[in-house]
Design a binder for this molecule. Structure first.
Ligand code: PLP
Ligand code: COI
Length: 363
């Protein structure tokens, strides 16, 4: 269907947009993922028509047939990206084409139709254009949630022939509620997130559904997030429920688990690898085990650990809990390198620092 011209967006007016006063009240303390803007974007796909029926419309319920195949076999993928207010008074996305490409990779893994990269970016831009006033001032941002699911009405188990792509926007503040400078994590030794050949590298809803029991255990143990180990040896650190992870050693090297098909190729992870290397830090993508984590924390060989992702940005990990005992990284507070890398990333994202990489995409 790539030969079909990209659809033009039809704009449906909002009958009762949120008042400026109400919006200001909502933007004062949005938290994460609970406040939504007035509009959404939808684009339909069918095998016969390709991508069509692109709309910018008031955000609202999506009527669905109860036999829509996503409700039975979970053919669903999503992305997470942010729009920021920039120092020059404008607004910008961060590396949106990377989200578009990862969305295509997720679609391929889930046997779904691939949305062209330019249409993905345009859909996000269209939504920002109508809901621009919802981008928070200060340290907040507008979280964009593009997603796509199978709408074919059919109970046979096969890739659907019809999909709906949707973009929502949600003004957000900090992802973690904790007042501490670093988060605590629970290492799940019972549940794994992904196995080789599985869907770990795809951003599909099913991966998150499968992570929720382990994440609930983390919360029950007083921790902010779960850490998953590999599914074969139950030994190698993979990633958190919704973030990648980095370890800073006392020789100054930064270690992060390699992408081997079982972890999500984070855009923040890739950006931090570039920023760190350009600051002269040696970055090694290599396996790191739970035993090493515990031993290196005890010996002092491990200086800092941080988690990173679009929603959480960069945050230090201070305390680690496991079924066989807890340990602390350094003094349990966020470290200096974590803070420095976060500031470097945020500086570029918000147009306060130069962008030698061409990562900032003004909107
Ligand atoms: N790992 C998982 C499981 C995630 O859900 C996310 C968040 O998107 C990440 C890592 C970080 O990816 P990114 O930096 O692209 O947001
Ligand atoms: C993100 O960082 O965008 C995520 O997807 C993490 C979580 C909210 C699922």
């Amino acid at each position: 269907m790539t030969s079909v011209p990209a659809p033009t967006f039809q704009h449906l007016p909002h009958p009762a947009p949120t008042s400026a006063e109400r919006r200001a009240a909502l933007l004062a303390d949005p938290g994460f993922g609970r406040v939504f803007t007035d509009h959404m974007v939808t684009i339909r796909y069918s095998q016969a028509e390709g991508w069509h029926d692109a709309k910018v419309l008031p955000r609202g319920p999506i009527p669905m047939d109860p036999a829509s195949s996503v409700l039975h076999y979970a053919q669903e993928i999503f992305e997470g990206m942010k729009a920021y207010r920039t120092a020059d008074g404008g607004a910008a996305l961060f590396r949106p084409e990377e989200n578009a490409r990862r969305f295509q990779a997720s679609a391929r893994r889930m046997a779904m139709a691939e949305l062209p990269e330019a249409l993905f970016v345009e859909a996000v831009e269209q939504l920002i254009a109508v809901d621009r006033d919802w981008i928070p001032e200060g340290e907040g941002s507008l979280y964009l949630r593009p997603f796509m699911f199978a709408t074919e009405v059919f109970l046979g188990v096969k890739p659907a022939s019809e999909y709906l792509f949707v973009v929502l926007a949600s003004p957000v503040g900090a992802y973690f509620k904790t007042k501490a400078s670093a988060i605590s994590v629970w290492v799940s030794e019972t549940y794994t997130r992904a196995a080789l050949g599985g869907t770990g590298a795809a951003k599909c809803g099913g991966n998150y559904a499968a992570s929720l029991l382990a994440q609930s255990e983390a919360i029950a143990h007083g921790c902010d997030q779960v850490v998953f180990l590999d599914a074969i040896e139950r030994r190698w650190i993979e990633e958190l429920g919704g973030m990648n992870v980095f370890f800073l050693m006392d020789d100054g090297a930064l270690i992060t688990p390699p992408l081997g098909g079982t972890i999500l190729p984070g855009i923040t992870r890739a950006s931090i690898i570039t920023l760190a290397r350009d600051q002269g830090i040696v970055v090694r993508e290599e396996p790191y085990s739970l035993e090493a984590w515990r031993a290196d924390a005890a010996s002092g060989r491990l200086r800092e650990v941080f988690a990173c992702g679009t929603a959480a940005v960069l945050i230090g990990i201070g305390t680690v809990r496991t079924a066989s005992g807890d340990f602390t990284i350094a003094n349990g507070a966020e470290g200096e390198t974590t803070e420095r890398l976060r500031n470097a990333l945020i500086g570029i994202q918000r147009g306060r620092a130069a962008d030698p990489y061409g990562w900032v995409h003004p909107v």
